[in-house]
Structure formats: structure tokens, C-alpha cells
Design a protein around this ligand. Structure first.
Ligand code: CU
Length: 616
């Protein structure tokens, strides 16, 4: 996948792509008029101290100068680095080739080990030894991550969306201590704490709506709260650029309380399930196209609240769970029963044979879905078998194949319902919060330990524990800096009666282990912030020779243990000199149009801070 042939050559200092003319000479085309190497002079020493396995900052990468007996620089000499003293091992790209000047710059070195080490540089029979590098052991947080202290909000931010501007819009049910609807809050994390968020009132109560970001970056909010179990038939759209709500759109045919909104490949939006203004379960999806809602009467199906569904690479909507059997929704096919159709398949029955109500699901990679946790409520309103306790089990499915089938992966360390699953920049999935106890929201079983799932190994690793019980109405949201906001819970009360579950007007920030492994790659600039499909763009970074992965993750829009907007694509990457070339997915079925956070990663799994860009 990597352009390996460029990896070594990219240590040259030119600013241009190596295949273009006019760049500095590289090892392959210098004239080797000097004599054989007679000495190695150290120009830049390695860092005096670093962490075990840290990928050293580019400014701290060694540079050596190879000269012949007459003192002329030797071009085209391959210099190899090894451990001179110390018990560790060199990591990264261990050779560098001299330019015509005789200089060779290493680009991607580090050492696995602890204590003092020196490096030996050698070419032919000539060697030199570096000054010492003292390697510190990784802190425990490099294994467990770390939780910050709780941060207060004025509301319970149980609906939360990251906007293209980097601001966060959030709302809950009631203003604290009142029976008045909570106004949405627009919070700029760069400007101050959430208590400084500005109110951006909407005309109607948005509590228990469904939401997702549209192709243009506006937030569509379908339905809302008429009263408990009764949904509004309105659609509100928040424009993050004018910071205003747009209302007055045509109403939906039915109200929706607990629907899921999904962005399709062509930018159309579909809203599925929920309860209507009379508390009747809504069986008919509606699609937003050409400025109006159209009912998909051929696709009548009873689905639980907030269906966990995704746009799939075949262009259909894939309903992953909570029901035992997953299904496809084709929004365009027309049958005798009308437009739209649900279908299933033999491989689409979950391995865990019970409803995964209030488990989570995530498309962690192009066309690949993880369902995890859920169940534990015998009163849940489907005919599927129900378990009296939640599950720790997890399953994956690859929708890129012709006959997808659920496959088991390791269970979490803890059973959970009302948990959140969040894609991390390194492609792993973080599980946060929830409860292991049976019943709708039994907080005696609240789980505080985070866990992370590695899609390569299928293993879950237990991480640090947060302080606050967060189950029903909790959220988790990946932030562009690579941290995860985990917040809310509760706010399910009838006005001014004792809360059945404490209203958590706060969040905690989780700092994943990768933030404790030393220097992070840096994104300096992008050649463009809006890109098309199958298009390449350039990311200027001083870490170009160290980048092993580029990934983007769609901005999160989360509520009720499910983020209908987040999804990730690993992007095609080529390392050049001083920059990397990133190529976007070829089709919008693999990545719906809209806004994504781009991350670059090094071989140690450490991500850059992300940058938000638009795919169209
Ligand atoms: Cu709710």
C-alpha cells in the first residue's frame, strides 16, 4: 500500500515530488567522482532523551556526513545505523543514502528499549558512534490512556454533533431545574468551557430527534419531542456557517421520536423508525430529496428505536442491529407495494441470538461494521428473543463481499448496554460507559472502564476508568485533537419529578494511549480543503518520511448510544519529500459526501491532530 520505493528517497530536501524534474539529485543520479568513504562525521546527533519506541521528531533525526580521504563528500553511499551500546533495537528506516554533498539524513528512527544507548553509523568499513540517547520507559498512560476531570455544562448534552467549523452543537431535554425545553448550545472548544456556549434556540423541542450531517455540512434534525413517546413531524436544519436554524421545511408524513437519519451516497437523507405524534411506531421510512419528504411505502418494517444503520458500498442502507437479523434497505426500487424495499440474507442473522437493544454499532472501516454489546431489557418491544442481561459479545461483517456474513470477534471485558462506540484515528474502536446490569437502565451495573478494540487482532484491551456513571442518554464524540469526549447521561425525567437517573450536566475527556507515546506527526497544511472522489491531494508535513497511514473519520453526530454519522476510511497514501499524497475513495458509496477529520499516523500508531476537510 505504501510507496515503499519513495520512503528512503524522500529524505532528500527538495520540496517537490521526486518524480518531477528539477529536484535535488538523489542517490540514483549523482556522479560518484569522489573516492571511497574514509570518514563519517556526525552533523546532527540523535535526541539526548526519548521515549521507548518513540518516532523521533524530524528535527531530532540524525544527520551524518561521509567524506573520502581528500575530504570531499561522497555521494551515493548507503549509511546503516545499528545499536553501538545498549540493549535496545533500532526501529524505523535504518539506512540513509548520502547526497552529492556527502550528507545523509535519517528520517524515521527510534529505539525500542530503555536506558542509555549509542548508535553506530557505518558505510563500508567506516564507522562513527553517536552521543548517548537515554530512553525513558513509556508512562502507564501509554497503555491505559487517561481521563480528565469532569467539565460542566448548563444542560445535559445528550445529543451532540461536531460541526465543520470545529464547534459542537448539543442539546438535552430540560433546562436545569425547570420544565422548559433545553435550548441547543453551540460550543466552541477553542473559546472556553461549555458553560460559555451560546444558546441557539430552535422552534421546537429537539430532544429524541434523529440527526446526521448533510453533504453541505448542515445538520439535519428529523423529528423531536412532542411529549414522552410522541414525536414531532418537523425537520430542523442547523447551518453551522450562519449559526442559525432553518425551519419551515415541509413536514414529514409522520412524527418521529427516536428515528435514525442516514446520509446517502448522493446526498439524499433517509429517516427511519421512531414513534409518531400519536405514539404509534413508524414503519415507513421517508427520504429527503428534491426539497421534500417522500414515503418509502414499499419498505414497511418494525424497527427498534434509533436503528443502527449505515450507507454501504453497494449504495443501500445496511441495518446492522439491534434486531437479530440485519437487513438491506433499497430506497429506489419500486415494487407492487410501493417505493423502497427491505431484504435480508442467510448470513445476516447475528451470532448472538438476542436483541442488541442499546448496544452500539460502527462502520469502523470502508464497508466494515462492528456491532457490540446491547440487550438486557426483557420489555423491549420487538418479537425477537431477548436476553435478561446485556452482552459483552461483538460481531463484525464485511459489506464489501458479495454475501456478507456476521463473524464473531472477541467479547468486551464488560457486558454493556447504553454504551458508546467511537472510531479512533488509529482505526481502533473505543467502548465507553453503559451498564452491565439487566433492566432498562440499572446504574448499579455502570461500567467505568473504557476498552479499545483492535480490528487487526479482534482483541479488546481494558483502559482507564472514568468517574461518572454514564448509561442511558450518554454520548461519546471523537474530537479533532484525537481525544474523545464522553458525556451526558440521564435527563429522562418527567418535569420536576425526582430524576429516575441522575442528569449529568458534564463531560469527561479521554486521552487515548497514543497521546502518551512521544512526538506526534504534524499536519502543516493541505493543498486543498475540499476534495472530490478518486482525487489526490497533498498534505505538507515535516514528518512525511514517517507517515504510514492516512485515515479520515466523518464528523460525529451522536445520541442514545449510536452515532449515525461517524464512519472511517483508510486512505491511499504515498510518501513524498516534505509532504504526503493522499487519494480519496473512488465512490460516494464508500464515503458519503460531507465533512471528515483527516489524520496522519506514524508506525507507532501515533496520530497527528486532525484537520477537517470536505468531500464532495
Ligand atoms: Cu431518550
Amino acid at each position: 500500500m505504501l510507496a515503499a520505493s519513495l520512503a528512503v528517497a524522500s529524505v532528500t530536501c527538495g520540496g517537490e515530488e521526486l518524480t518531477q524534474p528539477g529536484t535535488e539529485p538523489t542517490a540514483g543520479n549523482v556522479s560518484l567522482s569522489a573516492g571511497p568513504a574514509a570518514s563519517i562525521k556526525i552533523v546532527v546527533q540523535p535526541p539526548a532523551s526519548a521515549l521507548d519506541r518513540e518516532v523521533w521528531d524530524p528535527a531530532r533525526q540524525p544527520v551524518v556526513l561521509v567524506k573520502d580521504a581528500s575530504g570531499s563528500g561522497v555521494g551515493g553511499a548507503v549509511v546503516t545505523v545499528s545499536i553501538a551500546t545498549g540493549s535496545g533495537t533500532v526501529q524505523g528506516t535504518v539506512t540513509a543514502t548520502t547526497l552529492a554533498t556527502g550528507k545523509a539524513k535519517f528520517a524515521d528512527l527510534g529505539i525500542a528499549g530503555t536506558g542509555p544507548h549509542t548508535l553506530r553509523y557505518s558505510t563500508g568499513a567506516v564507522t562513527a558512534t553517536s552521543s548517548p540517547v537515554t530512553l525513558g520507559a513509556l508512562p502507564p498512560e501509554a497503555t491505559t490512556g487517561q481521563w480528565d476531570a469532569p467539565v460542566n455544562w448548563d444542560i445535559v448534552p445528550l445529543h451532540m454533533s461536531l460541526l465543520p467549523t470545529g464547534k459542537i452543537i448539543a442539546w438535552g431535554k430540560y433546562e436545569a431545574g425547570t420544565a422548559m425545553m433545553a435550548n441547543p448550545r453551540l460550543w466552541d472548544p477553542a473559546a472556553g468551557p461549555p458553560t460559555t456556549a451560546v444558546e441557539v434556540p430552535a422552534d421546537t423541542m429537539l430532544f429524541c430527534s434523529g440527526h446526521a450531517l448533510m453533504a453541505d455540512g448542515r445538520l439535519m434534525v428529523s423529528g423531536g419531542h412532542k411529549d414522552d413517546d410522541r414525536g414531532l413531524d418537523v425537520t430542523n436544519i442547523f447551518d453551522p456557517f450562519t449559526e442559525r436554524w432553518v425551519t419551515g421545511l415541509p413536514k414529514m408524513a409522520q412524527g418521529r421520536w427516536y428515528p435514525t437519519v442516514t446520509t446517502l451516497a448522493d446526498g439524499r437523507m433517509v429517516t427511519v423508525a421512531g414513534r409518531d405524534t400519536t405514539s404509534t411506531e413508524v414503519l415507513i421510512p421517508e427520504i429527503w430529496e428534491n426539497g421534500r419528504w417522500v414515503r418509502l411505502t414499499g419498505a414497511s418494517l418494525k424497527l427498534p428505536y434509533y436503528p443502527r444503520q449505515f450507507l454501504a458500498p453497494n449504495g443501500k442502507v445496511f441495518y446492522a442491529g439491534e434486531r437479530v437479523k440485519a437487513r438491506w434497505l433499497d430506497v429506489d426500487v419500486v415494487t407492487s407495494s410501493g417505493r423502497g424495499k427491505w431484504t435480508s440474507g442467510s448470513g445476516l442473522t447475528h451470532i448472538w441470538p438476542y436483541n442488541r437493544d442499546y448496544g452500539s454499532a460502527v462502520m469502523y472501516e470502508t464497508g466494515k461494521v462492528l456491532v457490540v454489546g446491547g440487550g438486557g431489557d426483557l420489555k423491549w418491544s420487538t418479537n425477537d428473543p431477548k436476553s435478561s442481561t446485556p452482552t459483552a459479545s461483538a460481531e463484525t461483517i464485511d459489506l464489501n463481499t458479495s454475501s456478507p456474513r456476521w463473524t464473531g470477534t472477541d467479547p468486551m471485558q464488560f457486558a454493556r448496554r447504553h454504551m458508546n462506540a467511537t472510531i479512533l484515528p488509529d482505526g481502533q474502536v473505543l467502548a465507553t460507559g453503559g451498564t452491565s446490569a439487566g433492566g432498562f437502565n440499572t446504574l448499579s451495573g455502570a461500567v467505568h472502564a473504557a476498552e479499545v478494540w483492535n480490528p487487526r487482532t479482534g482483541h479488546w484491551t481494558q483502559l482507564a476508568s472514568n468517574r461518572i456513571d454514564r448509561a442511558y442518554h450518554s454520548v461519546s464524540l471523537l474530537l479533532p485533537d484525537g481525544t474523545v469526549l464522553h458525556g451526558a447521561s440521564g435527563d429522562a425525567n418527567v418535569p420536576l419529578t425526582p430524576e429516575p437517573y441522575p442528569a449529568q450536566r458534564n463531560h469527561e475527556i479521554f486521552r487515548p494511549p497514543y497521546l502518551f507515546k512521544g512526538a506526534r506527526p504534524v499536519i502543516t497544511s493541505l493543498s486543498q480543503t475540499t476534495v472530490g472522489y478518486g482525487q489526490s491531494f497533498f498534505v505538507t508535513t515535516p514528518n512525511a518520511a514517517q507517515i504510514t497511514e492516512a485515515r479520515w473519520i466523518r464528523l460525529g453526530s451522536v445520541t442514545h448510544a449510536f452515532d449515525a454519522n461517524q464512519r472511517a476510511n483508510t486512505l491511499t497514501l504515498a510518501r513524498l519529500s516534505g509532504k504526503v499524497r493522499v487519494t480519496t475513495p473512488t465512490t460516494s458509496r464508500r464515503a458519503p459526501p460531507g465533512h471528515y477529520i483527516l489524520f496522519l499516523l506514524n508506525r507507532n500508531g501515533v496520530p497527528s491532530a486532525g484537520t477537517i476537510m470536505k468531500l464532495q
